[in-house]
Design a protein around this ligand. Structure first.
Ligand SMILES: [Zn+2]
Length: 134
């Protein structure tokens, strides 16, 4: 993603007022993973996770479909209230009970990337694909 995601500052401000949302952090392993795979891969993972777990009108296990760990995008989902259709409705005014539009999917992906870039901070001390020779 290039350019600025203009909706992010106001959303970040709202999320910062929730003790639950603001307690989520990336682990060192999460940050190392992001450095290793790169932001394009993280964006692709976000798009896939949103497509599979949030996009259907009636997602499987809605409300419980997002693990608390295992991928940085899952952490971003809890931190940004994009973990289930209930939270998407309550926080982002995206109604439940219908499939997400392509624009809504891209909005959620943009929210994930905005949060992850800030939460990851400076990744230059971690090995990348290039330095690992992958
Ligand atoms: Zn939720």
């Amino acid at each position: 993603m290039t350019g600025t995601f203009t909706a992010w500052p106001a959303l970040r401000e709202r999320l910062s007022k929730s003790r639950f949302r603001s307690r989520f952090r990336l682990s060192k392993a999460d940050r190392a993973y992001i450095a290793r795979v790169g932001w394009e891969a993280i964006a692709a993972h976000s798009r896939k996770i949103v497509g599979e777990r949030l996009t259907p009108a009636e997602p499987r296990n809605d409300g419980r479909q997002t693990p608390m760990r295992g991928h940085p995008v899952f952490i971003a989902q809890h931190a940004t209230a994009t973990c289930c259709r209930g939270c998407l409705a309550k926080w982002h005014a995206i109604p439940a009970g219908r499939a997400l539009s392509a624009e809504e999917v891209e909005f959620v992906v943009s929210v994930h990337l905005a949060w992850l870039r800030e939460a990851a901070g400076d990744l230059t001390s971690f090995p990348t694909q290039e330095t690992l020779g992958l």
